[in-house]
Design a protein around this ligand. Structure first.
Ligand SMILES: [Zn+2]
Length: 397
């Protein structure tokens, strides 16, 4: 599609590759600035990363945010956002933005939606009003939202599902991908369209999907349909089939995945971009990241702690407040807690991403990964067991 390539200011270059794993450090250029990968993208569901301002995002090192098409099309509506000049202007964020296609949210509506070759009909979770998403009108909606990187409508198969259901969802996703590309060409926008790889938990289907979507003129690839309730080890196993089939020169986005340990493991399996509500969501509930694992700031052990949440942390919260004060705010349900907790976790994720990048460039990624995973202790025994499995799996790659 020559015209879109001519108009787009998007590019991706690989700066360094790890010789022992599939990790790579890269640079993505967009019209709203550059992104150094690997990168974590915070989720701004309603055109805001809950409780923090764009200036605070910037200070935490956030380079790109993800916004949800499903939520924004229903409220306030994509046309209204377009009238304000698009998402960047509406929300006062001038860095890069990625919008998802709404597919994942619609498919999680269960009985409220109906699937056909044309698209997916659903009822709004807000007021029950009927809507139809098609590969074509999703392009129109995302065109109005105006994000730098956009995703086409796809089908996330149920978990677990039969092989036939997985194949059907994947094949339809492929047909919809082609329809999205044709529609996008008509819009003549300079937005960057990523393709979505599906195939549920069938290695062969995943390989087939990676090859099919990888050959289409998408400028990047998102891996969809993972982190839907499966054991983490299954997700990493599947990526071992997917990554080798993907074109090397396009950025790879692992949709909806992004705990600290996921980021560290996923990078070694060739992923460049991660997004997840987890870091900001758990922060609001008192879960704060440290290099030794997630702590609960509401715990009595922080009641009189003079030190910061993590003494080596360079975030606004840790530079200015004791753990005891943050503990007090969290226990009292004060508004300021949500902001301070969120800032700390965001900074943790963005610092981790840049440490991963530095390790890849310095040729020390495998050692960095092993040290991080050995130190980072998840809270429960169950989680700890998963962690061990993941670590072993990552090492055996
Ligand atoms: Zn901090």
């Amino acid at each position: 599609m020559p015209s879109q390539e001519r108009m787009s200011s998007f590019s991706f270059t690989i700066d360094e590759e790890c010789p022992e794993t599939w990790a790579r450090a890269g640079t993505i250029h967009t019209a709203h600035g550059s992104i150094q990968t690997p990168i974590f993208m915070p989720v701004g569901t309603q055109a805001t990363v809950k409780s923090v301002s764009p200036e605070e995002l910037q200070e935490a090192g956030v380079a790109i945010i993800l916004a949800n098409t499903y939520h924004l099309m229903l409220r306030p509506g994509s046309q209204l956002i377009a009238d304000f000049g698009g998402l960047h202007q509406f929300m006062h964020w001038d860095g890069p933005v990625l919008t998802d296609s709404g597919g994942f949210q619609v498919f999680s509506l269960g009985h409220l939606r109906k699937l056909s070759e044309e698209g997916v009909a659903f009822k709004s979770h807000l007021d029950g009003s009927p809507h139809l998403l098609t590969p074509e009108n999703v392009m129109q909606i995302e065109f109005e939202l105006g994000a730098d990187i956009i995703l086409p409508l796809d089908i996330c198969a149920a978990y677990p599902c039969t092989r036939d259901a997985a194949r059907e969802a994947m094949e339809r996703t492929h047909r919809w991908a082609e329809r999205a590309l044709i529609t996008r060409e008509r819009h003549q926008s300079n937005q960057t369209l990523f393709g979505i790889v599906q195939g549920a938990f069938e290695p062969e289907l995943r390989q087939q999907s990676a090859r099919f979507i990888g050959k289409l003129p998408f400028q990047g690839l998102s891996i969809g349909g993972l982190s839907v309730g499966e054991p983490k080890i299954d997700m990493w196993d599947l990526l071992r089939y997917v990554t080798p089939e993907l074109p090397k020169g396009k950025p790879r986005h692992l949709l909806g995945v992004g705990s600290p340990e996921d980021l560290v493991t996923g990078v070694g399996l060739g992923m460049d971009m991660f997004d997840c509500v987890l870091p900001t969501r758990v922060a609001r509930h008192g879960g704060l990241f440290t290099r030794y694992g997630r702590i609960n700031i509401k715990s009595a052990r922080y009641r009189a702690e003079h030190a910061a949440i993590e003494e080596s942390c360079d975030c606004y919260t840790c530079r200015n407040y004791s753990a005891a004060y943050v503990h007090h705010l969290a226990r009292s349900g004060e508004q300021l807690y949500y902001r301070l907790g969120t800032i700390h976790n965001l900074r943790f994720m963005l610092r981790l991403a840049s440490q991963l990048r530095a390790a890849i460039i310095g040729g020390t990624y495998p050692a960095f990964r092993n040290n991080f995973l050995a130190q980072y202790m998840p809270t429960s025994e169950q989680v700890r067991e998963n962690q061990r499995e993941k670590w072993k799996a990552a090492r055996s790659r």
